[in-house]
Design a protein around this ligand. Sequence first.
Ligand code: NAD
Length: 425
Amino acid sequence: MAYIEPAPIKDKENPLESMMERFNLAAEKLGLSDEVYNVLKNPAKQVIVSIPVTMDSGKIQVFEGIRVVHSNILGPAKGGIRFAPDVHLDEVKALAAWMTWKCAVVDIPYGGGKGGVRCNPREMSAGEIERLMRGYTKAMLDVFGPDKDIPAPDMGTGPREMAWLMDEYSRAKGTTINAVVTGKPLVLGGSLGRTEATGRGVMVTALAAMQKLKINPFQATCAVQGFGNVGSWAAQLLEERGLKIVAISDISGAYHNENGINIQEAISYRDGNKGTLEGFDGAEKLSDPMELLELDVDVLVPAAVEDVITVKNVDKIKAKLIVEGANGPTSAKADAIINEKGIMAVPDILANAGGVTVSYFEWVQNRLGYKWTAERVNRRSDRILKDAFDHVYEASQKYSVPMRIAAYIVAIDKVAKTYTFRGGF
Ligand code: NAD
């Protein structure tokens, strides 16, 4: 039977189309040749496999697994594996390209990849998920490899699944190869500093942007949407650097306190309250959680889900600086209005690249057979993120473009130059 693509979601600004719109803008500014444009537009490799899994009922169910390598010109492909019921090839292709740009922006020697398995992990037992992860790994034995393609967790997967992947791959190769995957549990070769890495990168790029905008952190206010891994770490680290965090939110709602929220208290509350802020009394609950985005603050950090700043609400945004912790929180159509309003937006491919940077450190440590201290990890990732910010800022000045397009310019320019120097086609 022919492979059937599920229909795209209609009536919604698609974050992946948004990515292509920005790619096109940057390619035009750079004057990218048609040849290189076509190479970069198409993924280098697309693999689709069928994975038979014995379910707890004793029946065999067949799942579809995808892996896309968008580019491996700068080094092995890098990118997560998504377990979700609606994951499809087009989405994985776009996310793989996104990884190419993200790695190139922070100048780490990786290309971009992404994987997906169409399944609903919430309805599966741990045993079923393990058999599925091992089946996917077996099917991808020739695709994955520490020098070829290095997966990581994404939606629906975490350290547990990465441990199974590492084990299955190592069994097949006859020796322990922990550098084949990142995001592993610490005891299997995970890196110190990985948990806070993305929030930390948000903090570093936010401070660098505030310096350019002449915003004093000790007099600045900030609202953070999303209080999971990225949001709560970003809030905590920004608070430590002097910012007053006046609003936070999660799926339970948004919480506002003009005098500042004690982030440590909010984290302790969440951790003792089944992971949610529901009932948090260190702030007042807003009647509409989306109001958080419209508060009169200096810095806004969207760190929850995609497409929250759109043409519908962008007019009401008052922040001077947006730092995108989440992937794709701003739709491409909202970009133009953000720029008109003179708001600086540090784009996702720069602001949240702290995660992939420390994943890279995990791989480096695995290959060295040596563990770095958290202090060394943080120091090196801070430097990488600050340098990346400076390069993007310089490009934004040079090409007179907003930071987002500048980030794509830096990334595409690097990949395009590498193609041209390497040649061979
Ligand atoms: P997470 O699951 O730990 O946290 C997500 C948070 O957002 C939770 O607090 C959840 O309650 C909240 N949330 C969900 N829907 C919401 C809504 N509609 N309004 C307000 N809050 C809502 O996830 P995370 O790892 O912190 O990832 C957050 C974002 O950052 C995602 O876009 C992810 O792709 C991106 N990101 C994460 C990493 C990483 O290292 N974790 C790296 C790069 C990018």
